[in-house]
Design a protein around this ligand. Structure first.
Ligand code: ASP
Ligand code: MG
Length: 456
């Protein structure tokens, strides 16, 4: 049994969906297919949510646009007869919901999730009806019935035990009579049946959760790029395909900026030792990236990831040297403001750490100032080189810092996993720093069992 996940661009229109059905057919295997919302839809839903209180007319116009996207795809797939009424009814309800929320003047996270669920609920329904009509032995699966979460709406946490029992009692029997089940990613449900979502980009994670629960042989994440690359090709056009990565390399990479894979995706797969692949639904000739349990190569840096929009906060203890409890107090503040910290480095009396500038640093600084002195630096970027090879290859740090000798470095951190070396620099030096590093580590004699030039 395999699990396949298709992202929003892979199902962006009728032509792309037909291609997806061909891919599923060609795999010739029992399969659970997890699909995202059609490209752009979730972003539109977020805009609708943001305008509901203040601008109902705008929201209603946007809802109509989203309606049209679905109606047109159904028409182009020639299934208006089968799904036209379902789509119209859903959008009538959506408009009523929007109007009601506007009157009440309050958008709860519960309502947000109901709205956010429209994208995946409809894409999965439409694709599933098209699959059946085109002769695939398949059925629609309502993900909210099988992925069970807590009620932390918009960022719900999966209850793995409850999910397992639903997968066993609902999903597996369906798979006995159907070759393929088609369901939406991102959406889930509480134990009493209320719709939740798993956080933006969460469809990868849904696929990971399902793959683990059914003990899939493989989890294939289909997207619109050739796989995971040595760095972002928008910045460095000569970026190369990484054919093999270990689980830990892949998750560090996802966490530090590679947008191809949601950082949480592979945790469920890791536990069951399921191979994860990242594939391009528009390029069947590309082998993609395999993410596997074993260490792939001891002597290589696999990738350079980066994140912009970072703020560095330096915190110096006001109290005497050696006072205990300082770090505890520092992290309490970040917890209180629900702000995640990316990099940390400490000395005896001070701590430097970074946060994403989407978080509000002012309140944090206020609280920290009660017991320490604070300096902050905005407009910074994190660069991380990632690879199992960092742990036991001497000379990597020397090359790394040598090549960056003319760039001012604000902070250094060697990941606790020892497979990532990260620095903080000025955002406007990012491109030149990544160029230098990519040239240093990915120009000569690359192991062809790991890296491949992209055919463009
Ligand atoms: N449609 C959702 C989003 O855009 C989930 C996903 O595509 O993974 O965030
Ligand atoms: Mg996505």
């Amino acid at each position: 049994m395999i699990v396949m996940k298709f992202g929003g661009t892979s199902v962006k229109n009728a032509e792309a969906i037909k291609n997806v059905i061909e891919i599923i057919r060609s795999r010739n295997s029992k399969a659970i297919v997890v699909v995202s919302a059609f490209a752009t839809v979730t972003n539109s839903l977020v805009k609708i949510i943001d305008s509901l209180k203040s601008n109902l007319n705008f929201a209603l116009d946007e809802i109509e646009k989203v309606h049209l996207i679905h109606k047109n795809v159904a028409e182009d797939l020639n299934i208006s007869y089968e799904v036209g009424d379902i789509i119209s009814l859903e959008f009538e309800r959506f408009k009523m919901l929007a109007t009601a929320i506007n009157v009440i003047g309050e958008v709860s996270n519960k309502s947000k999730d109901l709205i956010l669920s429209y994208g995946e609920r409809l894409s999965s329904k439409i694709i599933s009806i098209y699959a059946q009509k085109s002769g695939l032995n398949s059925a629609f699966l309502n993900t909210s019935d099988v992925i069970i979460t807590d009620d932390n709406f918009t960022e719900a946490e999966v209850d793995f035990a409850a999910t397992q029992s639903k997968i066993d009692s609902i999903l597996l029997p369906m798979l006995e009579i159907n070759d393929v089940l088609i369901c939406g990613g991102f959406i889930a449900g509480t134990s009493d049946g209320i719709i939740t979502t798993l956080g933006r980009g969460g469809s990868d994670y849904s696929a990971g959760v399902i793959a683990a629960a059914v003990n899939a042989e493989i989890l294939d994440i289909y997207t619109d790029v050739d796989g995971i690359l040595t760095t972002d090709p928008n910045l460095i056009p000569s970026a190369k395909l990484i054919k093999k990565l270990s689980y830990i390399e892949a998750s560090e990479l996802a966490y530090f900026g590679a947008k191809v894979l949601h950082p949480k995706t592979i945790f469920p797969a890791v536990k069951k030792n399921i191979e994860v692949r990242v594939l391009n639904s528009f390029n069947k000739n590309c082998v993609g990236t395999r993410i596997i349990g074993i260490k792939t190569n001891q002597n290589a840096i696999k990738a350079i990831a980066f994140r912009k929009g970072t703020t560095v906060i330096n915190i110096t203890s006001n109290r005497m040297l050696g006072a205990y409890g300082f770090l505890g107090k520092v992290f309490e503040v970040f917890k209180k403001h629900e702000t995640s910290v990316d990099l940390v480095s400490t000395s005896e009396v001070s701590v430097s750490l970074t946060i994403d500038n989407k978080f509000n640093a002012d309140k944090i600084i206020n609280d920290l100032s009660e017991f320490s002195s604070i300096d902050t630096y905005d407009n910074k970027a994190i660069i991380s080189v990632i690879g199992e090879g960092i742990r036991n290859t001497s000379g990597i740090s020397a090359r790394f810092f040598g090549i960056l000798k003319d760039i001012n470095i604000y902070m250094v951190s060697m990941g606790a996993s020892e497979i990532n070396l990260s620095i903080v620099i000025d955002e406007d030096k990012l491109k030149s720093a990544v160029e230098l590093l990519h040239k240093e580590f990915f120009s000569n004699e690359l192991d062809s069992s790991i890296f491949e030039e992209l055919k463009r």
